[in-house]
Design a protein around this ligand. Structure first.
Ligand SMILES: Cc1cc2nc3c(=O)[nH]c(=O)nc-3n(C[C@H](O)[C@H](O)[C@H](O)COP(=O)(O)OP(=O)(O)OC[C@H]3O[C@@H](n4cnc5c(N)ncnc54)[C@H](O)[C@@H]3O)c2cc1C
Ligand SMILES: *[C@@H]1O[C@H](CO)[C@@H](O)[C@H](O)[C@H]1NC(C)=O
Ligand SMILES: *[C@@H]1O[C@H](CO)[C@@H](O)[C@H](O)[C@H]1NC(C)=O
Ligand SMILES: *[C@@H]1O[C@H](CO)[C@@H](O)[C@H](O)[C@H]1NC(C)=O
Ligand SMILES: *[C@@H]1O[C@H](CO)[C@@H](O)[C@H](O)[C@H]1NC(C)=O
Ligand SMILES: *[C@@H]1O[C@H](CO)[C@@H](O)[C@H](O)[C@H]1NC(C)=O
Ligand SMILES: *[C@@H]1O[C@H](CO)[C@@H](O)[C@H](O)[C@H]1NC(C)=O
Length: 575
């Protein structure tokens, strides 16, 4: 009696055993914590676990991160939303690793959970690509943030790569000695006509490896590699900020795109590659729409994170005037030359050079570097004046004059300092674009303060000059398009700006429109959510309970916020 039953059972298992992928509905009787039609999670069960996770016969198998959970466990339920976000975030890495889950509370899966030695829930394991047995699973820590989980998973993937060097995985090894541009392309597939190189300063950081993983979905079109600070290529390309991404077209020695690496630029790169696959049309790794962090419960913890930093503004202006202006290599001529002229003029006249000293009755205190930066701006304006706006100016001439002016005024731009208020919780977030907004606001506030007592002051020109500059030089193309549409059509500057206060209030409103649009996107730093500014935790009186703004309060808050500027720190002072 026993023997035939055993044979029957085994043959059923074999007959139904199969490979599971996204969208597979697991067998069993308990409810699951995930939704196969919505979540980017491979839901496994007794019949699919071994065939999916241990599939070394199939060359295209990825590695797996598996969550062993129990549907009734409170911890697992609260962990589920993070795990879903993680899965969305890593969806683009699916050629290398897939995120999976199995419900161990379901009696149907008992054998698999037992075989994997699951001690408690949730229990996370990484199974290297060619694992053939439960033995190869590596325990992972269930961190409470997507960023930490991402880093941990990157680390195990790189360890896996260090041993196995799978040829169809990204080349995680950093670029070694090369003597020709041609050598850079070794290992590129025939169809790859672009190469992305991530330049990093810290070999143990994960930014570069993560970008390589983000780009694996394009590996038929694009070869991606890492290169460390100190490599001759860094000097050859004049790269001074890290991490930076450079994109080359096959056959060209000059990169078509050089940009500081942020999530924003990844989406830019995707548009650049004219990606056509589903994932980019319908950004599936955008994180949930109503993220919250603890700022509202704990205002005192967040308040100190919000301030205007002299370092951020100077870094952003250096990057903008020196790098962005020269990015496409073409000559400055016509509209872009005028835009540049009028922007450096605005900078020379309005860039703040003082801050309010809170320890001394709000008297004005000079900033440490900005007065010298203003001398550079004025010098560059005069240089353009002398050159004239009729004739083209080469970007090389612009850059060398800039360097001369910087030296003359004792290098006011803190190039090697880290971002200050604008520092992201990880290097993928914030940085330059935050510094740019900050500078724009500070310029308009400063212009307002000098203009409010001047009957001849007109608010529009400074705003138009900021707009023209963005439209001519801001390297994020889709941002530029949105900004153009907003400032010329949907929230038209010329129609909105009437009073002197509108000098800075227009930009405050426009920025809030952008914040509302970007809320919940994958460029949003989880530690700096896209609030309507100023959020309640900064200014309790600025909004009523329904999010309606109280204009009088907002005005004095914004004026003060952009008048109190934290000076460049130099190691000894943090005033
Ligand atoms: C002109 C422009 C257009 C952009 N368009 C896009 C786009 O289309 N898509 C995209 O993904 N990214 C876009 N960006 C980038 C994006 O707006 C953010 O800069 C980026 O996501 C980094 O956000 P952050 O958290 O550092 O805050 P940011 O939005 O950069 O803000 C910087 C700081 O300004 C202050 N602040 C915030 N809101 C206001 C306000 N309303 N008034 C006054 N001060 C405020 C806060 O202190 C904040 O930390 C654009 C940037 C610029 C400069
Ligand atoms: C995976 O394959 C590589 C060779 O491709 C081999 O060296 C390694 O031992 C294998 N690892 C496992 C866990 O089987
Ligand atoms: C899956 O493999 C493990 C060994 O790695 C084994 O113990 C278990 O019985 C297998 N499960 C099934 C359903 O074949
Ligand atoms: C997020 O929004 C959804 C629906 O809009 C709601 O069901 C859910 O409870 C919200 N989550 C949080 C944490 O507010
Ligand atoms: C400026 O505009 C000209 C003509 O439209 C264009 O050829 C050139 O590339 C632009 N230069 C820069 C630096 O954007
Ligand atoms: C600070 O300013 C207030 C009002 O302007 C004034 O009454 C007070 O004396 C000042 N205090 C100091 C220390 O200057
Ligand atoms: C740094 O700050 C100290 C104290 O204010 C000052 O004496 C010193 O000159 C500063 N150093 C630089 C490099 O600016």
């Amino acid at each position: 009696m026993l023997l035939p039953a055993f044979i029957l059972l085994t043959s059923i298992t074999f007959a139904t055993a199969s490979h599971a992928d996204y969208g597979y509905y697991p067998k069993g009787s308990n409810p699951t914590l995930y939704d196969s039609s919505e979540d980017s999670i491979v839901q496994l069960d007794e019949t699919t676990f071994n065939d999916t996770v241990f599939c070394n016969a199939d060359e295209n198998c990825p590695s797996y991160v598996v969550e062993f959970y129990s549907d009734w466990c409170g911890h697992c339920r609260s962990y589920a939303s993070l795990y879903k976000n993680l899965a969305k975030d890593l969806r683009g890495w699916s050629k290398v690793v897939k995120v999976a889950a199995i419900n161990c509370a379901d009696p149907f899966n008992e054998n698999t959970c037992k075989a994997n030695g699951i001690l408690f829930f949730p229990y996370l394991k990484y199974f290297p690509r060619n694992s053939s047995d439960t033995f190869y699973g590596v325990k992972l820590r269930p961190y409470q943030s997507v960023a930490e989980m991402r880093d941990q998973i990157t680390q195990v993937i790189m360890q896996d790569y260090a041993i196995n060097h799978f040829e169809d995985w990204p080349t995680f090894d950093v670029l070694g000695d090369i003597s020709t541009y041609g050598e850079l392309w070794s290992g590129a597939s025939e169809s790859a006509d672009h190469m992305a190189i991530v330049f990093e300063s810290d070999p143990s950081a994960f930014v570069g490896a993560q970008l390589l993983l983000d780009l694996t979905k394009y590996n038929d079109k694009l070869l991606a590699r890492r290169c460390l600070k100190g490599h001759p290529l860094v000097d050859a390309l004049h790269i001074t900020d890290f991490p930076t991404l450079a994109v080359f077209r096959r056959g060209d020695r000059t990169p078509v795109l050089v940009a500081e690496l942020r999530r924003l630029l990844l989406s830019e790169l995707e548009e650049f590659l004219h990606a056509t696959d589903e994932e980019t049309k319908n950004p599936s790794f955008a994180i949930g729409k109503n993220k919250t962090n603890s700022c509202f419960e704990n205002p005192e913890k967040c308040k100190p994170l919000y301030y205007v930093s002299e370092t951020d503004m100077l870094k952003a202006m250096r990057y903008s005037l020196f790098r962005e202006v020269a990015r496409n290599g073409g000559p400055l001529v016509g509209a872009n030359l005028s835009a540049l002229y009028s922007f450096v003029d605005i900078l020379a006249n309005n860039f703040p050079t003082v801050t309010l000293d809170t320890t001394n009755n709000d008297t004005e205190l000079p900033l440490s570097n900005s007065p010298r930066a203003v001398s550079v701006f004025a010098h560059m304006r005069d240089f353009l004046d002398a050159h004239g706006l009729e004739e083209a100016l080469s970007v090389d001439d612009w850059q060398s004059e800039f360097v001369r002016a910087e030296e003359q005024f004792e290098n006011p731009f803190p190039i090697s300092a880290d971002w200050d208020h604008c520092k992201g919780s990880t290097p993928q977030y914030r940085g330059y674009t935050c510094g740019l907004w900050t500078t724009f606001h500070a310029l308009t506030v400063s212009a307002y303060k000098t203009g409010q007592n001047d009957l001849t002051f007109r608010p529009l020109p400074i705003l138009q000059s900021i707009r023209d500059y963005v439209l001519s030089f801001f390297g994020c193309e889709h941002c530029r398009k949105h900004f153009q549409k907003m400032t010329t059509r949907t929230f038209k500057m010329e129609a909105q700006v009437r009073t002197t206060e509108d000098t800075y209030l227009y930009l405050w409103r426009a920025h809030n429109i952008v914040n509302a649009r970007l809320k919940g996107r994958d460029t949003e730093d989880p530690k700096f959510l896209k609030y309507q500014f100023p959020p309640m935790f900064l200014c309790p009186d600025c909004q009523d309970g329904n999010g309606r703004m109280n204009n009088a309060e907002v005005q004095s808050y914004v004026l003060e916020y952009y008048s109190r500027i934290r000076p460049v720190r130099n190691g000894t002072t943090t005033a």
